[in-house]
Design a protein around this ligand. Structure first.
Ligand SMILES: Nc1ncnc2c1ncn2[C@@H]1O[C@H](COP(=O)(O)OP(=O)(O)OP(=O)(O)O)[C@@H](O)[C@H]1O
Ligand SMILES: [Mg+2]
Length: 674
């Protein structure tokens, strides 16, 4: 085997070294005899090979730790660690386990030692004295092998590096693409969510055929992009008639100036006008010929509506301040007028004619005072007696009061849920508001119809509100009327029929109570008035008021209501019936006396003080006291102090009275407890 190796190794292998000048191969020579080291160094002096020497096993190990070697020439016999031990250590270390080791030995040519050397990791033996050619050939083969391996390793490394680089670049590209895509998606999302639509229009077609490039137009107008190209007139034909001329003129001017902002109303697919802000820019060819319009539609409907609401609210606000001031002064003057009239009235004893005149003047002043109070209500300057109120009781009770006034042709529906939050309001003002709304609804439904009163709890970011809606199926209002209904004295009713203060009063009362009123109305369909009241704190019940309201005070006693105004009479009759009394009605003094004479039994006469005809309330009271002493009398009067001297000893209930006040007076008169 050794011979064979020698023969094989003797083949010259020089050519390889020259080809691989680039990779330096390091050769480690380990020998305790420096002469051997010199000999090897001299033999391997050529470019591309670097000889590193070590004089002992320990030094050799240090070198192996620091460097990678193509070949290690290892002397077998050394003091300290011998060659076999060093070889075993080199093989035991992962990094150097594959470095070829050639043992240099002068002795031990026996097979036993050779085997020991191979099992310690030798690839070959060279015997001393060293035959340069043999050693050189062996080393050249191993160096060549090392270089090839090294080259392959480097190529592999390079390829891996290129692969990684490639991956990195591809990854970056992918990320960039994703970022781009995300931005695109984001942009188109923003574009489609905004009330903005983009279009182009050719100059040749006179800007009449709008080609929308995003789908927002569907959201804005209800029409798709293709609708706009379906007919050349489509866009222009839907511009509001009042705006059309102006828009077309602006457009003609824009041919010269190159851009314009068109502001117009445009009829959307649902027939309603959209407020459009149409911004256009003219694009030109290189030679300056106008080619195409770029346009942008912005839907400003919401903003315009808000503007108008604001305008409307501030208008009402200033009218409110004005009327409030006037009403206040007016009230003071009325107090003077009424006080003086009263004194005058007293001094006119005996002159019946003059007394009547004074009385009529008084009546006129009283009406003025009523109007003034409604004005004060509108201007939110009335004094409110707010209390925690359960609308589940108050609304049905009030609806019952007006039911008869509405007549048979109007059907009344109530939608009242089991749970309704309490509200903090002035009960009698609320009653008046509801009655006013019902009367408005009745007037809007001369042919009959349906009146619906609904209550609902509503929560929104602004807070918890209770919503009361009064809707009718009447003639509805035109937008022009709807815009003005809250203004004081605005009425469409014949003079003498309506004062135009009903809704003004409601507006003021609700706003003063911290709520809001809105109206929706459509001609021929009906009207819906929505009152929003802030949720109040839970109900500490005002004890006597509720007791009087909830427990009827009457025990079936018969009350005769005397009142000339049929509406007022009906309200009084309904109130009494609700309180548990039997009710009879008379329109004036003489018919009341007639009824008293005929009727089997009447317990109380409840009469207005001022009545047309030969008998006033006071006259009637005196007559009853004379002819029917067992019948009690309760008078009611528009203002306190009226006819005091002639009704002495007779109970008076000031108007406007609340149901519980009426109940209290009647109970006291009839001697009922509570
Ligand atoms: N439910 C309704 N349906 C149709 N139009 C209504 C309705 N309610 C109010 N209106 C319109 O609003 C106007 C103003 O109403 P408002 O209640 O303020 O005054 P009025 O009813 O005319 O007079 P009054 O002072 O006697 O109430 C009415 O004249 C009417 O044109
Ligand atoms: Mg009214």
């Amino acid at each position: 085997m050794t011979e064979a190796l020698e023969r094989w190794d003797s083949e010259p292998a020089r050519s390889g070294a020259a080809r691989h000048g680039v990779v330096t191969a390091k050769v480690l020579v380990v020998d305790d005899d420096p002469r051997n080291i010199y000999a090897v160094e001299a033999m391997l002096q050529e470019s591309g090979i670097e000889v590193i020497s070590a004089m002992s096993g320990e030094e050799a190990l240090r070198c192996v730790l620091l460097d990678d070697f193509a070949v290690i020439l290892l002397d077998v016999r050394m003091p300290g660690l011998d060659g076999y031990e060093v070889a075993a250590l080199i093989r035991g270390r992962e990094r150097s386990s594959r470095v070829p080791i050639i043992f240099l030995t002068a002795y031990d040519k026996e097979q036993v030692h050779v085997f020991r050397g191979y099992s310690a990791g030798a690839v070959d033996y060279v015997f001393k004295p060293i035959e340069p050619l043999i050693l050189k050939s062996k080393i050249d083969v191993l160096v060549e092998l090392y270089r090839k391996t090294e080259e392959i390793r480097r190529q592999g490394e390079e390829e891996r590096r290129l692969l990684l680089e490639n991956l990195r670049v591809r990854g970056e590209k992918l990320q960039a693409e994703q970022a781009l895509r995300r931005r695109d998606e984001h942009q188109s999302l923003v574009l489609s969510a905004l009330p903005i639509a983009l279009y182009t229009a050719s100059v040749a077609e006179d800007h009449h055929c709008l080609r929308f490039t995003n789908d927002s137009i569907v959201q804005v107008s209800g029409f798709g992009p293709s609708d706009f190209t379906s007919s050349p007139n489509f866009w222009e034909s839907r511009i509001a008639a009042e705006d059309r001329e102006r828009v077309l003129a602006d457009l003609r001017r824009a041919q010269e100036t190159g851009s314009a902002t068109l502001d117009y109303r445009w009829k959307g697919a649902d027939g309603a006008d959209i407020y459009v802000l149409d911004q256009i820019v003219l694009m030109r060819d290189e030679d300056g010929t106008p080619r195409e319009w770029f346009g942008l539609w912005l839907d400003t409907t919401e903003r315009k509506n808000l503007e108008q609401q604001l305008l409307h609210a501030s208008k009402l606000e200033s009218i409110g301040r004005l009327t409030g001031g006037i009403a206040h002064d007016f009230n003071n003057m009325l107090a003077v007028v009424m006080g003086s009239l009263e004194l005058l009235h007293r001094g006119l004893d005996g002159d019946e004619k003059a007394r009547r005149r004074a009385h009529m003047a008084m009546e006129g002043a009283r009406r003025c005072a009523e109007l003034t109070n409604r004005l004060l209500a509108f201007s939110r300057r009335q004094s409110l007696q707010a209390s925690a109120t359960d609308l589940r009781d108050l609304v049905p009770a009030t609806v019952d009061l007006v039911r008869r006034t509405l007549g048979e042709r109007i059907e009344v529906a109530q939608r009242i849920p089991d749970e309704v939050w309490p509200v903090n309001i002035d009960r009698s003002q609320f009653e008046t508001a509801l009655v006013n709304l019902a009367i408005n609804a009745r007037d809007a439904m001369p042919e009959g119809g349906r009146l619906t009163v609904a209550i609902a709890n509503r929560s929104d970011p602004a807070g918890d509100m209770v919503e009361v809606t009064v809707s009718d199926t009447g003639q509805g209002m035109t937008p022009d009327v709807l815009e003005r209904v809250f203004e004081p004295f605005f009425t469409t009713k014949d003079s003498g029929k309506g004062t135009g203060l009903g809704l003004s009063m409601i507006y003021g009362f609700v706003r003063q109570s911290g709520g809001d009123v809105t109206i929706e109305s459509e001609v021929g369909i009906g009207t819906s008035v929505r009152i929003m009241l802030p949720r109040g704190s839970a109900q500490p019940k005002a004890p006597d008021e509720n007791a009087a309201r909830e427990a009827p005070s009457g025990r079936g006693e018969i009350v005769l209501v005397v009142e000339d105004d049929p509406d007022v009479r009906q309200v009084a009759a309904s109130t009494l019936a609700a309180l548990g009394y039997g009710v009879r009605e008379a329109a004036d003094g003489p018919s009341a006396l007639a009824l008293l004479r005929e009727a089997a039994h009447i317990d109380v006469v409840f009469s207005d003080v001022s009545m047309p005809g030969p008998l006033t309330g006071a006259d009637l009271a005196r007559e009853i006291r004379r002819s029917h002493p067992s019948v009690r009398v309760l008078l009611t009067s528009g203002y306190v102090g009226e006819d005091v001297e002639i009704t002495q000893g007779i109970e008076i209930l000031p108007k406007p009275y609340r149901a519980n006040e009426l109940a209290g007076k009647l109970s006291a008169l009839l001697g009922n407890a509570g």
